[in-house]
Design a protein around this ligand. Structure first.
Ligand code: SAH
Length: 224
């Protein structure tokens, strides 16, 4: 049977309970769940994927990229702990879905994407849905977006091989970064990185994940 937004919320709740020993809680922040409830995921998937838009799984969005699994979007948002006055940097706009969720929870989202067509398409959806507090830019996430730094939170939605020092440098004292780290299509860990008030950085692994790789545009590794 075709699942709806309500079923998707139930599926997220169920997966949170299933992973409770790993994530250390059996329910996500109510504000996060409210944002997931209010952002229409079907608006962010291609036309031929609308029928399965509310399944709790990743979906292809073209250009070899995916919109992340709803549970993962909700969990990463919860870990980032965005607050109303926060300014957040997202790496990997993709479909725009994660940025849209963040935009409901903080004052400003800056979202970087390397694939121009994805960035343009996501910006058009933000405009249509009236999400005016999201700024998009085409660029390499490994460099971050220094002009608006430092950020209260940084959300990376593609797997990096390491925690980029440039991004840590763009994080405020007291800020958090959520980032999948590991080898492409191999073992990856979702990491929660925290910078304390003295600027010391601590990171911990939350659970194993599978993300599309973050391309190293700056080094030319993926240039064709
Ligand atoms: N947040 C997205 C998930 C997209 S998948 C969503 O909600 O749909 C990861 C995205 O990261 C892809 O769109 C990919 O093109 C982008 N990406 C990969 N490497 C990148 C890099 N170095 N800089 C910026 N974006 C990158």
């Amino acid at each position: 049977m075709r699942r709806n937004q309500h079923d998707m919320l139930d599926d997220i709740d169920a997966e949170v309970r299933y992973t409770r020993t790993l994530i250390g809680k059996d329910a996500l922040d109510e504000r996060v769940m409210e944002a997931v409830r209010n952002v229409p995921r079907d608006a962010f998937v291609p036309t031929d994927m609308k029928a399965v838009a509310f399944e709790n799984g990743p979906l292809p969005i073209g250009h070899g990229q995916t919109i992340s699994q709803p549970f993962m979007v909700a969990l990463m948002t919860d870990l980032l702990a965005p607050e109303p006055g926060h300014r957040i940097l997202e790496i990997g706009t993709g479909s725009g879905y994660q940025a849209a969720i963040l935009s409901r929870l903080c004052s400003k989202v800056y979202s970087l994407e390397v694939v121009e067509a994805l960035s343009v398409a996501a910006a058009a959806i933000f405009e249509r849905l009236g999400y005016h507090n999201i700024e998009t830019r085409i660029g390499d996430g490994y460099q971050g977006w220094p002009e608006h730094a430092p950020y209260d939170g940084i959300m990376v939605t593609a797997a990096a091989t390491h925690i980029p020092a440039s991004l840590v440098g763009q994080l405020k004292a007291g800020g958090r970064m959520v980032i999948p780290v590991g080898l492409p299509y191999s073992h990856q860990e979702l990491m929660l990185v925290r910078k304390d008030e003295r600027g010391e950085v601590r990171s911990k692994s939350v659970l194993g994940v599978a993300f599309v790789p973050m391309v190293e545009a700056a080094t030319g590794l993926t240039e064709n």
